[in-house]
Design a protein around this ligand. Structure first.
Ligand code: FEO
Length: 170
């Protein structure tokens, strides 16, 4: 059984993950409008991944005797100065999400909630990947400059769409 505090914190994270999906969808739309179909595809895949994260927490809350309660999702920005600014924002956002996940883990440790600690371990590892992917694209874009943008965009278009995680699975 989740404590009320843990339940509320996990519910807040569902909202953050959904906001992340919104943010990346908005970035996808911006990149599409700039003729960068690869980057737009990459961000659509990222948005899908965020919805999977949200569902994973949603299911966990309900499984542990809590109740997932949904709140309004904040509107994301819709404009950026450049494709590079988009990915820099994505990287900053992922660093923020890492802090949120660490905060949830701190709470689970404080409450000696072992099941939630084990559940959150997946997210701790996932955040390492999430930060690395975003900062990797930032580096690529910086190296490529305006002339190489087309090539980076082509590569971003190769990202496979994520497959939903089976309930309770990895
Ligand atoms: Fe759900 Fe990108 O972290």
């Amino acid at each position: 059984m989740l404590s009320e505090k843990m339940e509320a914190a996990l519910n807040k994270q569902v909202n953050w993950e959904m906001y992340s999906a919104y943010l990346y969808l908005s970035m996808s739309s911006y990149l599409e409008s700039k003729g960068l179909a690869g980057g737009a595809h990459y961000m659509k895949a990222q948005a899908q991944e965020e919805m999977i994260h949200a569902m994973k927490i949603f299911d966990f809350v309900n499984e542990r005797g809590g109740r997932a309660v949904l709140e309004a999702i904040e509107a994301p920005p819709s404009d950026w100065d450049s494709p590079l600014a988009v990915f820099e924002h994505a990287y900053e956002h992922e660093q923020h999400v890492t802090k949120l996940i660490n905060g949830l883990m701190d709470l689970a440790l404080e409450e000696r909630d072992h099941a939630t600690q084990i559940f959150l371990q997946w997210f701790v590892s996932e955040q390492v990947e999430e930060e690395a992917s975003a900062s990797g694209v930032v580096e690529q874009l910086k190296l490529a400059g305006d002339k190489g943008l087309f090539l980076v965009d082509k590569e971003l278009g190769q990202r496979p769409m994520p497959i939903p995680i089976p309930k309770g699975g990895e």
